[in-house]
Design a protein around this ligand. Structure first.
Ligand SMILES: [Zn+2]
Length: 449
């Protein structure tokens, strides 16, 4: 890839917003990052609408607005995007949401899954997301028989991400039971490999550089099977839905006599490569176990609010030692600016006090790619992956808000993103917006009818 360079009007560098930052990029990495350059010779002024990246070697384009590192969406189920705006009809309960989610899951095949995922990932890129962690459990044909390529569905996701221009960590999910001691039924037979050893064998055959593992939940993977998943995940990201709803906690205690967190701890599943997704209903001992093992906590506040899950103890987990990450999960909304903001605002509602998280801390959570195995992303710094996400600081939403990290966290929405560079390549400009909308509409119509 040829080199390129940009002069960023304002950019988040080394934990602060700096003016006139010149960045140079070679082979998808930053080779120089120089703030406060007043007199750079420019060959082009970039307008947010017609910008064409990357520019040929030797040209420097000026990028107006506030530029951030790429955002990491650490928890996604791509196909849930087909449910947005539909499961809320007639008020909607958790169970009506689940019925509709299962109906879409039953209809997907590798082709329609690819189309829906590509459109969804393009929406993510348009929202400034440069890495997605796909928690993938839709493995087999509707009757549970493996496809000729047993990873046809996972490979469809990897191909969709490549075409959308987003990095993907495929978190292949082990799902063996529909509840404590219950066999999968209905569409759930598509999720199950029968046992963890067969799951691990299939995962070994995935043709992708960035494969992690997931335990769907403590209700979907029996206690005796968890160590097999942990062993297969060795050295790679391991994600798990944890204590999203109180009913899961109650059933776990009734079955095993311990909380889901304690169960995972005892099975050796916690640690710095593990991410606990949701972590909503926790005891003090649970928070201690997660924090002391440096297990990450991935909060998905817009989904948790859509499903009525509750508000997790994000700050207590942080104090205990669990780094925070963020995800859009069910894609009720794809907007990590909103997820950042909601993390703080939910704490305010839960505690009736303001000021738990700073904007800088929340920006750190939204740009943490390491829980997905992409340690080199998430900062505008020499040697790091060259991701650039630029916000319009003059929009009706953002104008007059200071054009700093507080603009990003407490004012901006995904619609304020003007252009996105992933690994040095342009992945989104505003000219793409209508086309992404059309692609989403077509992909969703195909599975919703
Ligand atoms: Zn989820």
């Amino acid at each position: 890839m040829s080199g390129s360079s940009y002069l960023l009007e304002r950019a988040w560098v080394d934990g602060a917003v700096r003016d006139d930052v010149l960045v140079e990029i070679e082979d998808g990495r930053f080779t120089s990052v120089t703030p406060d350059g007043q007199n750079w010779t420019l060959s082009a002024e970039v307008s947010p609408v017609n910008v064409q990246f990357p520019r040929p070697t030797g040209e420097t384009a000026r990028v107006p607005g506030l530029t951030l590192p790429g955002l990491a969406n650490c928890h996604s189920h791509a196909f849930h995007r087909a449910l947005r705006g539909r499961t809320q009809r007639e008020r909607g309960t958790f169970w009506s949401w689940r019925d509709q989610m299962y109906a879409v899951a039953a209809r997907l095949d590798p082709d329609s899954y690819f189309a829906l995922a590509r459109a969804t990932y393009r929406e993510m890129v348009a929202a400034g997301i440069t890495t997605v962690g796909e928690f993938h459990y839709l493995h087999h044909q509707p009757d549970g028989t493996p496809y000729d390529d047993p990873n046809a569905m996972g490979h469809a996701l990897v191909a969709a991400a490549a075409e959308a221009g987003i990095r993907i960590a495929l978190l292949d999910t082990c799902y063996l039971s529909s509840g404590f001691g219950k066999f999968p039924e209905g569409v759930q037979v598509r999720y199950s490999d029968g046992n963890a050893a067969r799951w691990a064998k299939r995962v070994e055959q995935i043709d992708h550089e960035h494969v992690g593992a997931a335990i769907h939940s403590v209700r979907a993977v029996p206690r005796d099977e968890i160590p097999t998943v942990v062993a297969a995940a060795q050295g790679r990201p391991l994600h798990v839905h944890l204590s999203e709803q109180l009913a899961e906690n109650d059933a776990c205690v009734a079955t095993y006599g311990v909380t889901p967190t304690q169960l995972l701890h005892d099975a050796g599943a916690l640690g710095p490569l593990t991410t606990a997704v949701h972590a909503t209903h926790l005891t003090g001992a649970d928070i201690f176990h997660l924090g002391s093992t440096r297990t990450r906590a991935c909060f998905c506040p817009t989904t948790e609010r859509d499903l009525g899950d509750g508000i997790g103890p994000s700050r207590a987990l942080h104090h205990a030692g669990s780094p925070l990450t963020l995800g859009s999960d069910s894609h009720a909304v794809i907007d990590l600016f909103e997820e950042m903001r909601a993390t703080e605002l939910d704490e305010r509602l839960a505690t009736q006090q303001r000021g738990h998280w700073t904007a800088a801390e929340l920006l750190g959570a939204a740009t943490a790619h390491d829980s997905l195995g992409f340690d080199a992303a998430g900062a505008i710094a020499v040697g790091r992956r060259a991701d650039l996400v630029t916000l319009d600081t003059t929009s009706p939403t953002t104008a007059g808000t200071g054009a700093d990290e507080n603009t990003a966290v407490f004012a901006a929405t995904a619609a304020d993103v003007t252009h996105v560079v992933v690994d040095g390549r342009v992945a989104f400009t505003q000219a793409d917006r209508q086309d992404i909308g059309r692609e989403l509409a077509a992909a969703i119509e195909r599975v919703q009818g």
